[in-house]
Design a protein around this ligand. Structure first.
Ligand code: GLN
Length: 209
């Protein structure tokens, strides 16, 4: 499942600071992937840390837990505010759910940050297929398909007119972009292939220029 990284950071000091929401989930893997993609990567647990980030990754994990902890840590409203005011954000898996305006089957009290005009279905690929890997062509990612690692992954049920579908598996959108917001149902942070993170770091760079 390791794909060699193609190209690399241009060297020198990192020019953008990208936070990883560090309440629950695979935070370390995203920090490592962002560093490899040329960003200054930092965990975000407090509103002051969020304020210092040029962009934010919301990791894979458990969206209900991330939602509850974001509320408990006083981060939900600051997160919504930053996303509304144009901060780039990238969510993988549970993070995709957090960026959805609507969840088809939320748990009681489950909140999202929102921002992407889409409806997602949690744990959508079904019991037979809880975890699987697939080669996924992602629009905007050069150099061949990425290894898509899907773990109790959501899919995108429907999208609004502003949302670009970047990748499709089994007829379902599994990667989307709306403006400065990016989401994948799969976990590039687990593969050693940093092309999706580089795409996001480039989006962050473009937003601070
Ligand atoms: N099924 C999880 C959720 O609803 C997401 C799983 C993942 O992030 N690997 O949050």
């Amino acid at each position: 499942m390791t794909t060699p990284d193609i190209g690399g950071a241009t060297g020198g000091g990192a020019d953008v600071t990208v936070g990883v929401l560090a309440l629950q989930g695979d935070v370390r893997e995203h920090l490592a992937a962002l560093t490899a993609a040329g960003a200054e990567a930092r965990p975000v647990r407090r509103p002051e840390e969020l304020a210092e980030a040029d962009g934010l990754v919301i990791p894979g994990g458990e969206s209900t837990t991330i939602s509850k902890l974001a509320t408990a840590f006083g981060l939900l409203e600051p997160l919504r505010e930053r996303v509304r005011s144009g901060m780039p954000a990238y969510g993988s898996c549970a993070g995709m759910i957090m960026l959805a305006d609507k969840i088809l089957d939320p748990r009681a009290g489950q909140e999202t940050i929102g921002g992407i005009d889409m409806i997602v279905r949690r744990n959508a690929f079904g019991r037979q297929n809880e975890s699987f890997e697939a080669a996924v062509e992602v629009a905007g990612v050069e150099g061949g398909p990425v290894e898509g690692v899907f773990i109790r992954a959501p899919w995108v049920e429907s999208t609004g007119a502003e949302v670009e579908e970047l990748a499709v598996v089994d007829g379902r959108a599994v990667a989307v972009r709306q403006g400065r917001l990016l989401a994948t149902a799969f976990h590039p942070e687990l593969t050693g292939d940093h092309r999706v993170h580089r795409l996001f770091v480039d989006m962050v760079r473009a937003s601070v220029m």
